[in-house]
Design a protein around this ligand. Sequence first.
Ligand code: PHE
Length: 459
Amino acid sequence: TSGELAGASEKSGFSTRKAFIFAAIGSAVGLGNIWRFPYVAYEGGGGAFLVPYLVALLLAGIPMLFLDYAMGHRYRGSAPLAFRRISKRGEWFGWWQVLITVVIGIYYPAIIAWAIRYTGFSVDKAWGSDPEAFLFGDFLRAAETPGPTLDVVPGVLIPMVVVWVVTLGVLALGVQAGIGRTAIIFIPALVIAFAILVVVALTLPGASVGLNALFSPDWSALAEPGVWVSAFGQIFFSLSVGFGIMITYASYVGRKTDLTGSGAVVAFSNSSFELLAGLGVFAVLGFLASSSGQPVDEVVAQGIGLAFVAFPAILNEAPAGVLLGVLFFGSLVVAGLTSLISIVEVGISAIRDKTGAGRVAATMIIGLPMAVVSCVLLGTTGGLYVLDTVDNFINSFGILLVAALSMLAIGWVWRRLRPLADHMNVHSSIRLGAWWRVLVAALVPLVLVVMLVLELVDN
Ligand code: PHE
């Protein structure tokens, strides 16, 4: 490569704006929307959670998305290279993001693998009459036993290997032929499947009980800093901002692209999908609560076990249970895969920019070790125990704190916000004016830091 601003990304990018938008939606819409959002929203006050959620989206999520796009597009590189092109001392911000995506990339595939198994189980209701005594229930119990437990969980290792083979295969194909094309096929299929699921779910008897639980706001939750932290954490995780992903993807976009308009489409699609998922999941939970006589909070209280323990119980009872099951678990698989692809691409692009390695080589250098660790750790009973804890930690300190620091550095130390805004404004439909600089350099970092400190004090 020649020219000062040509990274590995220069050679082969997305061939159309549409491919970029679909890939970005593919990254954003994931397990976070279907599996994480409903219980996070419920724990954060139900309907009341929508307040911090929307505040976080408008105040931090979208402005940060624009910052990620601006950096990747202006400096044309992976996260470490983009930061490095701002300042040598900034490079570690990019590597930190790579590290975070490596950690997420190790546990995320496990959920996809479980979903693959459960898509199959939905057809023959393999969990029998007591899903809690079935696979995932066993797994949760085994995981609670302290000590190194590396027994293979039956039936999870193979789908995990499949997930990794598919993911690395797509990534080896390249940005347009792999990432772009996969998203253009998968995302419309996902939307259709999920829309059917929600319509069926809303017509279940008792659906309204669940929707009431979701939307009867507990306003007192708004006084808890933890709720605000989890709303901001959810927005960052769900939009995939602050992880280096959008920096990477934007570096693959043609020069004359309207990035703010694209970002608005991505953010709107992602949140719509998330709210839709909340409706669907809670309608189904309401059905379970009213048909089993359990209170809704008990049904929901299962956190990460919700999808794999509560859902099967529901499918046993529900009319059209097979259809619901296949749509639900199938959607998890598809949504998860397109996100996992983006997660691993952060490291691949970083390795390429750092070493000059080709795409296939870089995919192997970082992808294979990740795949092996991931399969060994989470295809066995040892891993799930840490999953929940790691997930929570990453989404508060791992991401929010470092995001705040990087915004302060870009805004005040390196003073790059104005040039970045000017760069974006050339082809932008939404003008990044003073409002954007104030949000990114002052308000958002301030809010993030205050929130995190309050939460630390709270605990
Ligand atoms: N945004 C994706 C989701 O909602 C997951 C993700 C998180 C992707 C972090 C990339 C980075 O599930």
